[in-house]
Design a protein around this ligand. Structure first.
Ligand code: SAH
Length: 359
């Protein structure tokens, strides 16, 4: 069967692929009118561009979820501070280093330290963890994903050796932002953090959830415009998935179709972006991560956290791989990538955007 999208929207995709930016209205229309034909067209274009820029290489990042304590109370997130059912844990600096050691043997050359905003790790502790990792594994990149901090803290982590920082903006529309977060959190501050990270010299990752409560096509269009303005080296997107102990327990999950369509549009708009096919996508569909790669993604982020804490970092329900050892995760993903004609490579997998490899 040959699928055909509407010629009008095919033309929008073509324009984007030629490097022309769409307007807010055009993005909203394109996202609103997604059908199988458009999805397939966008995916084909995105894969063409990804193959031109990065070939069939898939980069891996070893994710270390080192704390699920958090001072924030985001309505969607399972480790929000008012979730009294969450069983809380913290890894010690030594335990984190152990995860890196195991990961390095398995071929990981990027470690992502992710956690809630847990103020019990001082800046000095974070800095000493970063510099130990960089000393022990000088061929590796360190990525932080620990939320909102001051310019000075970000600068200190960078000077200690951190290379990259992931901070999803979550939604680029302020009104929508206020429906997902309590009043003490603001889009303005989130964006300022992202600009600060860029200014300091990090490779920066922004991103958002697809199908989060109250999200409209116009909000997603705004996300696209913001990404174009920020030009991050990485973009993390995944479907929203409800968590049963949060205020959004009864909201619907995002779909893999919409997530994949947006992955394709992001690849087309930012050809050199590093784009993960996320665990959340793998959670809502058994071959979600493969679908993400086939829509234009080029990164996977298997979990390196110790198995005894895996099932505690539960941002959303039914998270996959919570019982697997790091090696199992890596092998499983390797097999999944091979099954669709791609290869996991042993590399830091830096952005090909100019000027972003730290000296
Ligand atoms: N505290 C860090 C790391 C957050 S967890 C920070 O603020 O950046 C990483 C990402 O998980 C979040 O940015 C969010 O987009 C995503 N996430 C949280 N809850 C989710 C849910 N219920 N469904 C899908 N993704 C979720």
């Amino acid at each position: 069967m040959i699928l055909m999208g509407s010629p009008k929207y095919i033309e929008y995709i073509e324009r984007l692929a030629r490097g022309e930016m769409l307007t807010h209205n055009e993005f909203a229309e394109l996202i609103e009118n997604r059908d199988d034909g458009l999805m397939e067209y966008a995916a084909r274009k995105a894969v063409e561009i990804r193959i031109r820029e990065y070939g069939r290489d898939i980069y891996v990042r070893g994710l270390i979820e080192f704390t699920n304590h958090c001072r924030n109370d985001c309505y969607y997130c399972g480790i929000r501070r008012s979730n009294s059912s969450a069983s809380r844990y913290r890894l010690t600096p030594d335990e984190i280093i152990e995860c890196c050691r195991a990961g390095h043997e398995l071929g990981f050359r990027t470690f992502v330290l992710q956690g809630g905003e847990d103020m019990s790790y001082s800046d000095d502790t974070i800095c000493s963890i970063i510099s130990s990792i960089k000393t022990l594994f000088p061929d590796c990149a360190v990525t932080l994903s620990i939320g909102e901090h001051s310019y000075e803290s970000y600068k200190a982590y960078f000077d200690a050796g951190a290379d990259r920082y992931l901070l999803r903006h979550e939604t680029a529309n302020a009104e929508h932002y206020s429906k997902l977060h309590p009043a003490e959190l603001s889009l303005e501050n989130r964006k300022e953090c992202l600009w600060n990270l860029k200014k300091i010299g990090y490779q920066v990752g922004a991103g958002f959830m697809v199908g989060s409560p109250y999200q409209t096509s116009r909000d997603l269009a705004e996300d696209m415009l913001f990404l174009y303005e920020l030009k991050p080296q990485m973009v993390g997107i995944g479907p929203f998935i409800p968590q049963h102990d949060t205020p959004f327990a009864d909201h619907k999950a995002g779909t893999w179709q919409e997530t994949c369509f947006l992955l394709s549009l992001i690849r087309i708009m930012l050809p050199r972006v590093l784009l993960p096919s996320t665990t959340a996508l793998g959670t809502i569909h058994p071959t979600g991560r493969e679908k993400g790669i086939l829509a234009g993604a080029n990164v996977v982020m298997p979990n390196l956290s110790p198995v005894n804490v895996r099932d505690k970092y539960l941002l959303y329900d039914n998270k996959i791989c919570t019982g697997d050892e790091a090696a199992e995760c890596r092998n499983c993903l390797q097999a999944r990538m091979n099954s669709i004609g791609y290869d996991i490579v042993i590399s830091r997998g830096d952005s090909r955007q100019e000027g972003y490899i730290k000296k």
